[in-house]
Design a binder for this molecule. Structure first.
Ligand code: UD1
Ligand code: CA
Length: 456
């Protein structure tokens, strides 16, 4: 049977108090609207229409790679009106439309599948995704008849005291028979407390025509909507726990899941151990047997097997097998660090390649450089890659030894096996196997202190 989905995302989200449209706020690194779209897709609903209005252009931009269609709701006259705006999307189809809300990112694939299944098996004209809450707050209430059948939904602002006491609530997500939905939308009016065309009124309209309406109950966690920054943080907590649980089930050790922040998109291999305070973002891949000690931020990077990282930042870079990074290293975009290498404390690497077995142990800056394998950098080396106007490249061969506190003024080349004496400022190419010393010779002036009268 034909099935499709509509996501309502035209509302303003005033309570977010933000310049960003509500749907575009991120939960674990992905916009809420994209969580909803991706979840619907994962449940095998291919055809998806998003109703946009407030911030329409921004919402379109953020969802442009998701192969969906859009309907425009120019004025936000209510959820029923929003679906009316998607009439063209529905027209001519027979089957089921599932409706979701762009601010409900916690819905799961399993629930979407079960909802559709329940709807189709029960031969309902509409099925409401419901939940039961001790404190039902401002959610619409599910009103049942004395024999327990769903009669209608009453909005919080329109409830009488008896209705307010009902604990079964409307999630704002449903399945409808497309033809019955379309003919019911024509019957909606806005005679209610909010002067809006409520989608919820379709339920009463169908029921009054003698049609069967179903209710499918799920835990509140799945349907929690985000209307404020406080609720955004609540959603983040729930999503974070789900993501961490998935990794733990896949064999990742997470010492303190409450203090581990992993974006939805990150991939982690088994037997990797994650200490508290790690933030793993974007397209990051952490392979197997890594140890991420405390407080790292790793963004869009690939970390190979057996790497250990401590208190460091790695952005858009790659780190090879068995390499150690940190504490307090900063690996900036477009860097590639080899295998069995060491990037130690207070080392910054920018847009550089570092070969296998090379050790850059302390207090060093390497920018725009190609460094070979088996090299050793002394403490305090600086690649001087910028003259105030342009950046230049430095090439350092294999098995070189760079003494402490050397400046390598780019563009410069140091050939294989060369040694640089400590404290040198290197401005010319250093040949293979050579020792370069580029500093003033030491002069001792005897008795200078006494002559100057400085002695105590
Ligand atoms: C709605 C339901 C309520 C349910 C609650 C669950 C109605 C009338 N009420 O209330 O029963 O308990 O969701 O969260 O449907 N939207 C539009 N265009 C509009 C109005 C809203 O696209 O004109 C979109 C919003 O962007 C949002 C969704 O519809 O994604 C829900 O709208 P919202 O105003 O948050 O509805 P609630 O008052 O929360
Ligand atoms: Ca809402």
């Amino acid at each position: 049977m034909y099935k499709c989905a509509i996501v309502l995302a035209a509302g303003e989200g005033k309570r977010m108090n933000s310049n960003t449209p509500k749907m575009l706020h991120k939960v674990c690194g992905k916009e809420m609207i994209n969580h909803v779209i991706d979840t619907i897709r994962s449940a095998d609903i291919e055809t998806i229409d998003v109703v946009i209005g407030r911030g329409a252009e921004k919402v379109k931009k953020a969802t442009e790679d998701r192969k969906i269609s859009y309907s425009l709701q120019e004025e936000q006259l209510g959820t029923g009106h929003a679906v009316m705006c998607a009439k063209e999307f529905l027209a001519g189809h027979k089957g089921t439309v599932a409706i979701f809300v762009g601010d409900g990112p916690l819905i799961t694939e399993t629930t979407v599948r079960e909802l559709l299944d329940y709807h189709e098996k029960g031969k309902f004209k509409a099925t409401i995704l419901t939940s039961t809450m001790n404190d039902p707050g401002k959610y619409g209430r599910i009103i049942r008849s004395h024999i327990g059948e769903v009669e209608k939904i009453v909005e919080f602002k329109d409830c009488n005291p008896y209705e307010l006491a009902v604990k079964e609530i409307n999630s704002g997500m449903y399945c409808f028979n497309i033809e019955e939905l379309l003919s019911s939308l024509d019957k909606l009016n806005n005679n209610n407390a909010q002067r809006e065309y409520y989608l919820t009124d379709v339920i009463g309209i169908l029921k009054n025509q003698g049609f069967k309406v179903g209710a499918f109950d799920v835990p509140i966690e799945e349907i929690t909507a985000v209307n404020s920054k406080v609720e955004l943080a609540d959603a983040e907590l729930i999503m974070k726990a789900r993501i961490n649980r998935k990794h733990m089930e896949n064999g990742v050790t997470i010492m303190d899941p409450n203090n581990t922040y992993i974006d939805w998109s990150v991939i982690i291999g088994k037997d990797t151990i994650i200490y508290p305070g790690n933030i793993l973002q974007g397209t990051t891949i952490i392979k197997e047997n890594c140890v991420l000690y405390q407080n790292n931020r790793i963004v869009d990077s690939i970390i190979q097997n057996g790497v250990s990282v401590q208190s460091s930042v790695i952005i858009e870079s790659q780190v090879g097998e068995e390499t150690t990074v940190g504490p307090y290293a900063y690996i900036r975009p477009e860097s590639i660090i080899g295998k069995h290498a060491r990037i130690g404390d207070f080392v910054e690497i920018k847009k550089s390649t570092i070969g296998d077995n090379t050790k850059v142990s302390h207090l060093t800056y390497i920018g725009d450089a190609e460094v070979g394998s088996g090299c050793n950098f002394g403490c305090g080396t600086v690649v001087v890659n910028y003259d105030g106007k342009s950046k230049f490249k430095t090439i350092i061969g294999n098995n070189t030894f760079i003494g402490c506190n050397a400046n390598l003024v780019s563009p410069v080349k140091i050939n294989d096996n060369a040694y640089i004496a400590a404290g040198s400022t290197i401005t010319n190419e250093v040949p293979k196997n050579a020792l370069a010393i580029a500093r003033a010779r030491q002069v001792n002036i005897e008795n200078w202190v006494v002559r100057k009268g400085h002695s105590k």
